[in-house]
Design a protein around this ligand. Sequence first.
Ligand code: TYD
Length: 138
Amino acid sequence: MTIDDAKIVELPKILDSRGNLSFAENFKQIPFEIKRTYWIYDVPGGENRGGHAYRENEEFIIALSGAFDVIVDDGKQKKTFTLNRSYYGLYVPKGLWRVMENFSTNAFALEFGSSLYDESDYVRDYQQFQKMKNDGKI
Ligand code: TYD
């Protein structure tokens, strides 16, 4: 996987006088079957999240409110995606290092995962990640 495999997906937006509605479905807007949902909120100013890669887990990230950046890194190149609308999602394939930063006040990140939580799926050491990438192990 390279940073070019991470993609912004525009979600459907149904507008009427009662407000807006957006949605995302398995294998449609989200290119995998959702096994897990979690969310990040009340991030203190200046704090980062992420800072790891997954061996197998794929993710889809939506900024339900506020804004933050997701930096994806394939060991050679990095790309920053700014999420600040609730009708865009970011697909992050497995095997990429990713960091989330620049959280605004009241930022609310909703994340969908393709697998159940499993600490052994994480690579939390950047040098180990780079070595695995170079060796084709992630
Ligand atoms: P972590 O994935 O390191 O958070 P982030 O990537 O946002 O910095 O998870 C932080 C803690 O929460 C860690 O102890 C594992 C736990 N956790 C779960 O128990 N289940 C989950 O689905 C997630 C994402 C984390």
